[in-house]
Design a protein around this ligand. Structure first.
Ligand code: HEM
Length: 471
């Protein structure tokens, strides 16, 4: 299918916070930032390419919406831009110092160790496992009574965790996936937001209501990760003693192998543990979110949904998703890519300038927080035509090439680009195709959909969908 042969007219404008006409007053700003950072933005930020903010509270900041400026920060001069302190604080208390949060030499070593698992060939090898997890998810749907209401986000989250168990963590998590999904959700909800302590740089051990609520879930996940690492270490040690048959070369094996090397560039125990946490967190919540938002969008645009269903029927028939068929699901993939434009799982990429620099002709002082905000860039008036409209045609052959590389950043860009991007897209297409093959999802009438930022983009009250059988 090409953009020129579309069987639908884009007409659906999905829910999003309305930008403010003028900047918020400091108290309103802090309230909005700690409640939902998506609600701090002004209309000008969706129209200008650079916005300098000399805020007294948070220091000098520069919002960059110019694709050239973004390339400068994320690619050309990336060594001068490290994750900012606020982001580091939130990352450290959620996923620790794994690949996502590490910098410099520690980051380079971890990325090199883990890269082989995410190379396109390795990801292609994960396809059958992804298909099995997606089919198991579809069977759970089939077992529901007709017309049942489910929340799309936890449903997708359980499938994405199953994918991780069958690919990156092949000895499993050792806990029921629904329970892990529930704790992960509660943990991110509790620990993943910006608190007043964060804004004022106060010690993070001061208890806050949100942190207390997340405590039980933090313990559940931490204990689970410790058990996974300890059990695998014990097995590897047995292997070293000559009984290591069936050793599994998954993420944990790569991490532990690197940790055991004596070259000095291996991983510390903390790095191993934090990377397990990182890949569970970054590896399921984001993809599950993209899928849940896609279901919402398709429910709001029945013409597009009918076209996606027709594509799935004609490409897959009754057969499974394979390497060939996955490539032919072009509209299905385009719908997911458009969902990641409107609802990017990572809505904010923050950096801090290490040394003075010049971006787009503007002097930038060391210490300036440089804000690259996919939430804004993907809805920017100067970068997209009718940006608020759900139109998967933008990502079909013929129009896809017109999108400037740095105007579409669901996975970031440059050396810190998402290591799991190929994995995530393949997984998303496989899971969506399996879910839509036999079932239709309709947003429950009157449901309140409120996009909210808690590290990732989430729906504050969930995405309740009624599931009916398509055939
Ligand atoms: C739709 C799904 C996903 C989205 C939208 C997404 C988004 C992103 C973005 C925007 C970044 C860059 C952040 C920055 O530059 O500040 C990133 C980094 C990362 N992502 Fe993803 N991600 C997804 C899926 C995954 C998956 C499936 C995995 C692993 C299984 C993963 C693991 C990571 C890791 C470890 C990093 C840090 C990479 C580094 O700094 O070297 N992500 N992701």
């Amino acid at each position: 299918m090409t953009a020129a042969s579309l069987p639908f007219v884009a007409a659906y404008r999905p829910p999003a916070p309305v930008p403010h006409a003028a900047p918020l007053k400091p108290r309103q700003y802090i309230r909005a930032l700690t409640d939902n950072p998506l609600t701090i933005w002004t209309q000008a930020q969706f129209e200008e390419l650079y916005i300098q903010i000399d805020g007294r509270l948070l220091g000098p900041r520069l919002i960059i919406n110019d694709p050239e400026g973004i390339r400068h920060v994320l690619v050309d001069n990336e060594a001068n831009y490290l994750r900012d302190d606020l982001q580091k604080r939130i990352l450290t208390r959620t996923i620790g110092l794994g690949l996502f949060a590490a910098e410099g030499q520690a980051w380079r070593a971890q990325r090199r160790i883990l890269a082989p698992l995410f190379a396109p060939r390795a990801v292609g090898g994960f396809l059958p496992a992804m298909v099995e997890a997606a089919a198991a998810g579809a069977r759970r749907l089939a077992a529901l009574p007709e017309g049942s209401v489910i929340d799309a986000a936890p449903m997708m989250s359980a499938i994405a965790l199953d994918v991780l168990e069958r690919t990156l963590f092949r000895e499993g998590f050792g806990v029921p996936l629904a329970e892990l999904s529930r704790h992960s959700n509660a943990f991110i909800e509790g620990a993943g937001g910006v608190s007043l302590l964060d804004l004022f740089g106060l010690p993070s051990w001061i208890p806050t209501w949100r942190a207390l609520r997340a405590h039980r879930s933090r313990r559940f996940i931490g204990d689970m990760v410790d058990r996974m690492v300890a059990e695998r270490r014990a097995r590897l040690a047995a292997g070293a003693a000559g009984t290591g048959e069936g050793e599994i070369r998954d993420l944990l094996a790569l991490l532990l192998d690197a940790a055991d090397r004596e070259t000095g560039i291996g991983l510390s125990n903390r790095e191993v543990r934090d990377n397990v946490l990182t890949f569970i967190g970054a590896g399921h919540e984001t993809t599950a979110g993209a899928l849940a938002w896609t279901l919402l969008l398709l429910s709001g645009a029945p013409d597009v949904r009918a076209a996606v269903e027709a594509e799935i029927d004609s490409v897959l028939g009754a057969g499974p998703v394979t390497a060939e068929t996955v490539a032919d699901l072009v509209l299905t993939r385009a719908a997911i890519e458009e969902a990641m434009r409107l609802y990017p799982s990572a809505p904010f990429l923050g950096r801090a300038a290490v040394k003075d620099d010049v971006i787009g002709g503007r002097p930038v002082k060391a210490g300036t927080i440089v804000m690259i905000v996919p939430w804004i860039i993907h809805r920017h008036q100067r970068l997209w035509s009718d940006p608020g409209l759900f139109d998967p045609g933008r990502f079909l052959p013929g129009r896809r090439d017109l999108i400037p590389r740095y105007a579409y950043l669901p996975f970031g860009a440059g050396p810190r680009v998402c290591i799991g991007s190929v994995f995530a897209l393949q997984e998303a297409v496989v899971v969506l195709a399996n879910a839509l093959r036999d079932h239709r999802f309709d947003l429950v009438e009157g449901a309140r959909i409120e996009p909210t930022q808690r590290i990732t983009l989430r729906a504050r009250h969930g995405i309740p969908m009624r599931v009916s059988r398509r055939r």
